[in-house]
Write a protein that binds this ligand. Structure first.
Ligand code: ZN
Length: 136
């Protein structure tokens, strides 16, 4: 079951610079910022309805997000869709011939399981699937 958009992730050169639009001009609140050492990215979380905007600033130029920024400039990085059962969602996608970046789910520290779908199979957009802990 597809539930909702969990977040839209946008790559930026600097969080402070980007917040001039997203927080100050547009008026979204910032609930928290964090640095993900493994992904080498600083993230600002801005809730919007039942979803969130995530601003991603690379902390290292040679990280995945850093290379994305160098190659394509700031902009939309991925859309994340929450599902009830990530294994069932991945099996359904595979049955439809969709190219998956992660064929089995990976897991965040909070227990959220996630997997990415290749943009080649998704209209040029990187799609992330989320299954929240206890969602079943
Ligand atoms: Zn994401």
């Amino acid at each position: 079951m597809i539930k909702r958009i969990d977040h839209l992730a946008i790559v930026v050169e600097s969080l402070e610079g980007a917040l001039g639009f997203w927080r100050d001009a547009l008026g979204l609140p910032v609930t928290r910022t964090e640095t993900n050492a493994r992904e080498q990215v600083a993230i600002a979380f801005l809730p919007l309805g039942e979803s969130e905007i995530e601003l991603l600033q690379p902390t290292e130029a040679d990280s995945g997000i850093g290379k994305f920024l160098a190659k394509r400039g700031p902009g939309m990085h991925h859309v994340c869709v929450e599902v009830g059962d990530i294994e069932a969602a991945l099996a359904r996608l595979a049955a439809h011939g969709v190219e998956l970046i992660n064929e089995t789910p990976r897991q965040h520290e909070d227990g959220t399981r996630y997997a990415f779908v290749h943009p080649r199979s998704a209209s040029g957009v990187l799609v992330e699937l989320y299954e929240k802990p206890g969602a079943g």
